[in-house]
Design a protein around this ligand. Structure first.
Ligand code: NAP
Length: 244
């Protein structure tokens, strides 16, 4: 894997504490093509081997700016944003009906699913090397597709992911002017067995519930296969475009 990247490279994972984020980190650590993984989370545990753990609150721009300054010299070729919220086990729950909309929940979901990743793109994208393939990817979700929404429900989560897709698309266009070989995309991981999906797994067939390890590995293969001509889109774990 990682054959498309020109040389051994450094990688960044934001949300490295999560189910999919930690699987990304492990895949990267297992590759001879990857030098150092800078693994960000809000409350990092100790790093080991090639994994350097660092604290990040991506809603604090001063912290993001300081970390971007740190990353400048490392010039990561791969930036993965694997943060997100669907429920918090308490007040934040996916809404089934309009009458359940609540300003506090909507703000919280958009802060984590849209604003944090967008601010991360603002500060971290400029640290990608100008020459050779580089990739910035954030995990979105198929339910963020407006044209694919036949089921309804999950108002805030769906809308925050649709807005994330627009942030990614717009960033990709701006980037392509100066980073000619860069790829900036969203990813749909499938339904993955993590804390985020746990309360909603009952209707999912066994074979359709992926392990984090499998989903992360497939998404890294997809990123490996992408070219700059495909920037600005959303791809699922199998490499298929998810329509906006
Ligand atoms: N699992 C699925 O079936 C599925 C399907 C489609 C899309 N996705 C997307 O995949 C991504 C990863 O989800 P996951 O399944 O791996 O869930 P997860 O295990 O719950 O991980 C969520 C990650 O988001 C971080 N996070 C949550 N609230 C945050 C906040 N306020 N500020 C900063 N970071 C915060 C968590 O960090 P802390 O440890 O600091 O809380 C954690 O690293 C999400 O974007 C999710 O929407 C998942």
């Amino acid at each position: 894997m990682f054959e498309s990247y020109p040389e051994p490279f450094n990688a960044v994972v934001v949300g490295a504490s999560g189910g999919i984020g930690s699987a990304f980190t492990q895949h990267l650590a297992g590759s001879g093509k990857v030098d150092t993984i800078i693994a960000y989370s809000r409350a990092p545990t100790a790093g080991h081997g090639k994994i350097e753990t660092r604290a990040l609150d991506f809603l604090d721009e001063a912290v993001l700016a300081a970390e971007a300054n740190y990353l400048k010299d490392l010039a990561p070729r791969l930036i993965l944003i694997a943060t997100g919220v669907l429920h918090d086990g308490a007040a934040v729950q996916p809404e089934k009906a309009l009458r359940q909309l609540d300003i506090g929940t909507m703000e919280e979901v958009f802060r984590i699913n849209t604003f944090g990743p967008a601010l991360t793109l603002k500060h971290f994208l400029p640290t990608l090397p100008r020459e050779g393939k580089s990739v910035a990817a954030a995990i979105s979700a198929r339910v963020g597709s407006i044209s694919d929404n036949g089921l309804g429900g999950w108002y805030s989560y769906r809308s925050s992911k649709a807005a994330l897709n627009m942030m990614l698309r717009t960033s990709a266009i701006e980037m392509s002017r100066r980073w000619k070989e860069a790829v900036c995309v969203g990813l749909h991981p499938g339904t993955v067995d993590t804390a985020l999906s746990k309360p909603f797994q009952s209707g999912v067939a066994d074979k359709k519930l992926f392990s984090s390890d499998y989903s992360a590995g497939e998404m890294l293969k997809v990123l490996d296969s992408l070219t700059p001509e495909q920037t600005g889109q959303v791809f699922d774990y199998a490499g298929k475009v998810v329509p906006f």
